[in-house]
Design a protein around this ligand. Structure first.
Ligand SMILES: [Zn+2]
Length: 192
């Protein structure tokens, strides 16, 4: 899931317009950004959930560091603390909490859609049962949930930007760019 996480960023931006959209887009994808170098190093990987499986929601992710519950609590806390220290003057007194929440929303959404492949502790220390409600097993429902986040993200972002931005032309351009990013990443998700 790429697009659903971006959708959350659009919704948060409409709620807290002082926060830069770029920061929210990155915050919504922190665990996947951490996953990239780890997968290149062969520590974490993606594979089909069943032999030959392809398309929407067909992947099993082995990401015992980037997607472990404790890692995500720590990454959210770190991101929130950085924003609180560096930018609370410009983005608002509770900006750190908002960014921390956006980072952690990635884990919550993944918990909903992933098959049980999410560790509690990094490296699956302690060998606790893996987590994941497996909504990807129900392709249509999962696509509906993600599609709703995408539509809400685009609509709320566009509404807020058109209302607040001093330049109508720029606001329309930004909104078109965000719509393109979210719709494009949703197509990537759907086609696997
Ligand atoms: Zn993820």
């Amino acid at each position: 899931m790429l697009a659903g996480h971006f959708g959350v960023a659009g919704i948060v931006k409409a709620w807290r317009p002082a926060l830069p959209m770029g920061v929210l887009l990155v915050a919504s994808q922190v665990p996947d950004i951490v996953f990239l170098p780890l997968s290149l190093a062969g520590v974490e990987r993606l594979e089909p959930a069943a032999p030959g499986a392809a398309g929407y929601g067909s992947l099993l992710i082995t990401a015992e560091y980037s997607h472990a519950l404790l890692s995500n609590v720590l990454m959210a806390a770190l991101a929130g603390w950085l924003v609180h220290v560096l930018a609370r003057g410009r983005w608002g007194a509770d900006a750190g909490w908002v960014v921390a929440g956006t980072v952690f929303s990635h884990w919550l959404l993944d918990l909903l859609v992933h098959r049980p492949d999410i560790a509690v502790f990094p490296g699956n220390a302690g060998g606790l049962p893996l987590l994941g409600f497996g909504l990807w097993e129900h392709v249509l429902t999962a696509a509906l949930v993600e599609g709703t986040l995408v539509v809400a993200g685009i609509a709320l972002y566009t509404w807020r930007t058109l209302r607040e931005h001093p330049s109508r032309v720029r606001a329309a351009l930004y909104s078109a760019g965000i719509a393109l990013l979210l719709a494009g990443s949703f197509i990537i998700d759907l086609t696997g």
